[in-house]
Design a protein around this ligand. Structure first.
Ligand SMILES: [Zn+2]
Length: 236
């Protein structure tokens, strides 16, 4: 998804770090919401500006509205503790660490995690969420592809700091596992969005009319993704 429907180009402030070894541009939003561009030495500044502008609205939202972040993210690599909560399918659910034998995470309107598993940090939780993402998203993609009458290629659940979903010219689709944090109507919007690109590559009126026929709460879904863009940055 890109921000090509953005009406005006916002002013984006950023810092450039040049490196001799770098061959490509990398854009990073730091935890304090400052924007850092990593660039090869000697690159034309116009190209940096163009790359930053291309990320448009998403970066604008992240840097200007960082204060909108709803909760501090779980610090990467640290132990999960009771009282923290995690977003799953659009709801915040509390984490409860229990003194129980075993290792399995249970979900019963809260996350119940045996102490032994909590101690091993947040990676196990990531795996749990990634498995739910595969289980939830993949069948919905097939279903929606049938409804739209499009043939999609390989569908993968991926890891990305920039995108909720993407598609390739040969019809392969990628969906970010962090989408599992979003409500189902938002997940369905991202799926319909990427599949609609197989019919219409650009974000023109034809594209949006395809998506609109499939997604009732389209504007609400877009607004949710805009507000929660910072989730892409979080480890968990
Ligand atoms: Zn798009």
């Amino acid at each position: 998804m890109t921000a090509s429907s953005m009406p005006t180009e916002p002013v984006i402030h950023y810092r450039v770090v040049y490196s001799k070894r770098r061959k490509t541009l990398g854009i990073q939003v730091e935890r304090d919401a400052t924007l850092v561009v990593h660039a090869p030495e000697g690159i034309d500044p116009e190209r940096i500006h163009a790359a930053v502008s291309a990320k448009g609205l998403w970066l604008y939202e992240k840097t200007r509205h960082a204060e909108k972040q709803r909760e501090p993210p779980h610090p990467p690599g640290t132990e999960l503790v009771s009282g923290e909560s995690l977003l799953y399918l659009g709801h915040d659910y509390p984490i409860e660490i229990v003194d129980e034998p075993g290792y399995a995470i249970r979900f019963e309107d809260r996350f119940i995690i045996p102490r032994a598993r909590a101690a091993s940090g947040d990676s196990v939780f990531r795996e749990w969420l990634q498995a739910r993402a595969r289980e939830t998203i993949l069948p919905r993609v097939r279903q929606e592809a049938d409804a739209l009458g499009v043939a999609c290629g390989e569908v993968q659940i991926t890891e990305s700091r920039y995108r909720w979903g993407s598609c390739t010219p040969n019809g392969d689709l990628n969906f970010n596992w962090r989408l599992i944090k979003a409500p189902l109507f938002v997940i369905d919007y991202v799926i319909a969005h990427e599949l609609a690109h197989l019919i219409e590559p650009n974000h023109g009126p034809r594209f949006w009319s395809i998506v609109r026929t499939r997604i009732v709460g389209l504007d609400k879904a877009k607004a949710w993704l805009k507000t929660h863009g910072s989730l892409l940055e979080q480890e968990l």
